[in-house]
Design a protein. Structure first.
Length: 430
């Protein structure tokens, strides 16, 4: 067998034995360098060069920290109250709140799994309290709405795509807004239809006189995305600096204005952020080393040549990529796909004239949908544990939401202007 084949087998075997995928990729890459007679010190060189020269990677832990601080204070509760005031009065109102809070919290976290395990878990309890909604429906909606977070900025997957493609992170953030909102509207349409058919409850409407007060209490938290994105698009800050400002803003609002931050809560937020960051960091480190192996083997060029031989049009290529990433999204963690698979596809996309900002959003949307695609979507397994429902029930309830989002995916695939409209409005020339 070739050194590359043994490298892949080693990575798969180590992963199946329970080793984290980042460590497995480093181990498999060291084996490849040894078998190929290359300098094994290249592993350390690639790891250090990749991690220490990528300033944009600093945005990842800062986005995670800002979300953790929000969840430890009362910002989450105030935002949920605001969402309830907006849409809670309609039939199936609490389900609509679940989607709206995901859209709003998209500006805070940037991670689908963090949204599902954080505010999503809270919404699951609220929806099932008193038997108002079936647990399987609440779990399916929570999983489906959580995928909106990494599409609307800020987005950790978009930051990682920017790292591997050199596409502008600012324009990528802008490009994700319309697709994310379309997915939210599609989910709300499904809820409205199902709520009438299954006679879901109507929440007690919030009196109009109370709405200004609720909005005022939530206003500082609602301003966080404005602070974050305003700094980036005004040119005052880089995305990494904006992420640092967002984390500081979340802490200052919790500590000084809401007075809900405590030393113990802040310590827990820092600890949780450090753990998540270390996990993502090891994955990126492993991918950087493995990408060197892929480059040595000329895999991107070979894939590009193979696809070129089929004489694919740009649209056909994007359809092939959609199917490939949807399938891989069921089986692999999203960051792994972005770091290993997507860089192999980028040269072909460039050769065919596919806009890299449009391509990046399609990749992220596909990977997020893979999280809720049966039978192996990661979010499905997370929600079966949180909600204590069977996978079969969850799959049945999530299918209408998945179909509606696949329709949105088809729209943004065939109508690139839906993705590129906002970036072009801000000067993007692509």
């Amino acid at each position: 067998m070739s050194p590359f084949s043994l490298c892949i087998l080693a990575i798969v075997a180590l992963s199946l034995l329970g080793l984290p995928i980042g460590h497995a990729m480093i181990g498999g890459s060291i084996l490849y360098l040894f078998l190929a007679g290359l300098d094994m010190g290249t592993v350390a060189e690639q790891l250090l060069n990749g991690m220490y020269t990528s300033y944009i990677l600093l945005a990842v832990p800062l986005f995670i920290l800002s979300a953790e601080i929000m969840n430890s204070g009362s910002m989450t509760e105030r935002l949920l109250a605001f969402c309830n005031a907006l849409v809670g009065r309609f039939r199936g109102g609490l389900a609509q709140v679940n989607v709206v809070q995901s859209i709003i919290f998209a500006g805070m976290s940037g991670s689908a799994i963090a949204d599902a395990a954080g505010t999503g878990k809270m919404m699951q309890k609220m929806m099932t309290a008193g038997g108002r909604y079936p647990p399987s429906f609440a779990a399916a909606l929570t999983a489906a709405s959580a995928v909106i977070g990494p599409i609307i900025p800020p987005s950790i997957p978009v930051v990682i795509y920017s790292l591997v493609s050199d596409a502008s992170i600012g324009y990528l953030f802008l490009a994700g807004i319309v697709p994310g909102l379309l997915m939210g509207l599609a989910q709300m349409g499904i809820i409205a239809t199902v709520a009438r058919r299954r006679n879901f409850p109507v929440e007690e409407p919030v009196p109009l006189r109370k709405i200004p007060g609720i909005t005022l209490r939530a206003f500082p938290a609602l301003m966080m995305p404005v602070v974050l994105l305003g700094g980036i698009y005004s040119g005052v800050t880089t995305p990494t600096e904006a992420a640092a400002i967002a984390a500081a803003y979340a802490f200052l609002i919790s500590a000084l204005l809401y007075r809900t931050a405590s030393w113990a809560g802040t310590y827990r937020s820092l600890l949780a952020s450090a753990r998540t960051t270390a996990s993502i960091g090891m994955l990126i480190a492993g991918a950087l080393v493995f990408n060197y192996v892929v480059t040595v083997e000329n895999i991107p060029r070979a894939v590009s040549a193979t696809l070129e031989a089929y004489d694919l049009s740009p649209t056909t290529f994007l359809l092939v990529v959609n199917v490939l990433l949807l399938v891989l999204g069921c089986l692999l963690e999203g960051t792994t796909i972005l770091l290993i698979v997507v860089p192999v596809l980028i040269p072909t996309a460039q050769l065919l004239g596919v806009d890299l900002v449009h391509f990046g959003i399609l990749c992220v949307v596909n990977i997020m949908l893979g999280l809720i695609t049966p039978p192996y979507g990661l979010l499905l397994f997370i929600m079966t544990n949180i909600a204590q429902v069977s996978l079969r029930e969850l799959v049945r309830e999530v299918t209408p939401f998945l179909i509606s989002m696949l329709v949105v995916l088809a729209l943004i695939t065939f109508v690139p202007d839906l993705v590129l409209f906002l970036p072009r409005l801000f000067g993007y020339q692509g």
